[in-house]
Design a protein around this ligand. Sequence first.
Ligand SMILES: [Zn+2]
Length: 485
Amino acid sequence: MENKLWCFVSMALIAAGSVTTSYAKDDGKTPIQFIPVKDVQINDAFWTPKFNRWNSVTVPDVFNKFEGKHLKTAEEQNNNNIFMDFDEVAAGRKGTGHSAGLPWFNGLVYETIRGVSDLLMQHPDKKLEDRIDKYITRIEAAQKIDSNGFIDTYTDLVQPEYRWGENGGFLRWQHNVYNAGMLIEAGVHYYEATGKVKLLEVAVRLANYMCDLMGPAPKKNIIPSHSGPEEAVIKLYWLFKQNPDIKKQINLPVDETAYWKLVTFWMENRGKHCGYPLWVKWGNEKSEQWIREQKYKDPQFGDNARPSWGDYAQDSITIFEQKTIEGHAVRATLLATGVVAAALENHSPKYIQTATDWWDNMVGRRMFITGGVGAIHFDEKFGEDYFLPTDAYLETCAAVGAGFFSQRMNELTGEGKYMDEFERVLYNNVLTGISLSGDKYTYQNPLNSHNHSRWEWHSCPCCPPMFLKIVSAMPDSSMQNKLIN
Ligand SMILES: [Zn+2]
């Protein structure tokens, strides 16, 4: 076994300040020791100019575009300013029928805050921190309007009756749990970066609500139909487990074991549904209609039945039965990352085997020479083994997910092969996602880029926040490690 810790980092970085020698779990079962991001400075001819550009151009660019500032008229700007949706909700307006973005835009904003938090640890910027503080005030105000702490501006403004996919809602489209997870992760990272607890408290309020609502009967059988919340809630669990004193700063009850239970429920209840709709046989349209008509509530399915979210959302069978990496490539790689994060905590052979099976299948048979994954445009999904066409889809977000998956596998095992694949995807399918100017991005990254060019913004701008998340995490590959230092 080769103990390879971020070989590109070893060439590119110099450590400054204290260097941690302890592992977050501190259980002697994991071989990797990490340097926390705040203790690393990048001083390298290749990376330093890029980070300078991303800090000075990309970060304000992404926030500006989520505020609609790239648009010409004031009306266009207001209609596309996602932060004004938080203000609308905070003002008590519901069901207005207008949202500045798609259902997952809240999550994209939170992902950006998470990425920028990590950048702030390396490059303190008071003005930028003030800007984020103002966003957080608006986010908190929107949450406080709801007695449970629910926050999801698209659902509240466009379809408030469909919260968590209830009453004929279509959770796979709504992204309620995904958005919640990204908020929680942002709360943890922003706390790490600044020591400020306001967003962390918003995160705890929402996590507590989900813990009360979701779980084994009589709680509701709700799982994230878009993964990401799994790893996010594990980070919240680790934060309080390793730093119980932080609870004193939170004006809410904190039971971190409930957060861990929620994650394992989400993991182990994939595939545990009523057996319908038959996504492959019926197709997406008919399947969605079946869910919207709430046919899963038919007494034949028993109490508390839920629909299947299909292969697309890694929900046809349990994760332990699934031997190959399947479905929507961003969802799949983020779920895989969550499985490994959970394995770091529970050391379960079942979790480790599942993650290993998926990684071996992904890298051995379904990954492109660039590290890109997700060959098929339809459903943005993995193809069959060895289906590797030159015009394949290869979304930037999926590359980021594959990178995080490999990094966590390295953390779990200490094996260098995982970081080899991290490097492959970082250099060849993540960096393609942004222009040298720092303000143009890609969604698809086919080997043959004919007819593809970078765009200034996108109707679904998921990739720039994901890009920021992974590059900002580069100096530190153990999200929980820095919490104990
Ligand atoms: Zn994307």
